[in-house]
Structure formats: C-alpha cells, structure tokens
Write a new protein. Structure first.
Length: 153
C-alpha cells in the first residue's frame, strides 16, 4: 500500500508543481494584459479623435455640396428667367408688328385716298399745299406708328 500512497503523493506533488507553474505564468501575463489594456485605451481615444475630425470633414463637405447645389439651382433659374423674358419680348414685338400692320397700314391707305381725292377736287392752286400737308400728316402718322411700335421695347 505504501506504493500506492507514494504514487498518490507523487501525483499530488506533480499537480502542485503544475499549479505553481500556472500561477507564475498567470502572474507574468498580468503586466502584459495591463499594457494591452492601456494600448487599447490609447487606440480608443485616438480613434475617437479621428472620428470627430472625420465627422467635421463630412459636415463641411455636405455644407459645400449644399452651397454648390443652391448656386446651380439659382443659375438654372436665372437662365430660365432670361430665356423667358427674351421669348416674351420677341412675342410682344411680333404682336406689335402685326397690330401695326393690321391697324395702321389700312388707315394710311385710306388717308392717302382721301388726300388724293381732296387734291383732285381743289385743283392746282392748292396742290402744293395739300402735298405738303399730306406729307406732314403721313410722316406724323408713321412717326406715331413707329413710336407705338418701338415703345414696348
């Protein structure tokens, strides 16, 4: 039986030796774990700083994008407005020309017939006076028509 006790005691001594060695290894790991924890904390604070800088850059970039988008929209609106004003001015000029042609030209022709008839009726002594009066009248009407035609511009 002594042999069994010695074997048991030998196993116990061996287990105690292994436990002591494990304890020494765990104690040796403690400073390494502490150092790793400190490095992890430093890395965390560094990443937090980088994240704050990144967020600031993203905000600045988005603000710049908003400003550029607003400028682009304003440029497009200005261009559309300018194009619309030009189209409207052309349409108004065309309408004024058509109005002039439809209203003033027939009246000038009618006025010319009336003046011609009056010249024929009065005879030769007044022919000169009537020619000058008709010329002045036609000039006045044409000037009035041109002013009315060019006034909207």
């Amino acid at each position: 039986m002594t042999n069994l006790n010695t074997t048991r005691e030998a196993l116990i001594v061996e287990a105690i030796g292994e436990a002591g060695r494990l304890i020494r290894q765990v104690e040796a790991l403690a400073p390494a774990l502490d150092e790793s924890r400190q490095k992890f904390a430093q890395a965390h604070s560094g990443l937090a700083g980088q994240l704050a800088a990144f967020e600031a850059q993203v905000l600045a970039l988005s603000e710049k994008a908003k400003v550029q988008t607003a400028r682009h929209i304003l440029a497009c609106v200005d261009e559309a407005t300018r194009t619309g004003v030009e189209a409207q001015a052309k349409a108004m000029a065309k309408a004024a020309t058509q109005l002039f042609d439809s209203r003033v030209d027939p009246r000038i022709e009618q006025l010319a017939r009336v003046i011609s008839h009056q010249v024929d009726r009065l005879g030769h002594p007044w022919e000169r006076w009537l020619t000058h009066a008709a010329t002045a009248l036609v000039s006045s009407v044409l000037t009035l028509a041109m002013v009315a035609h060019l006034w909207p511009r």
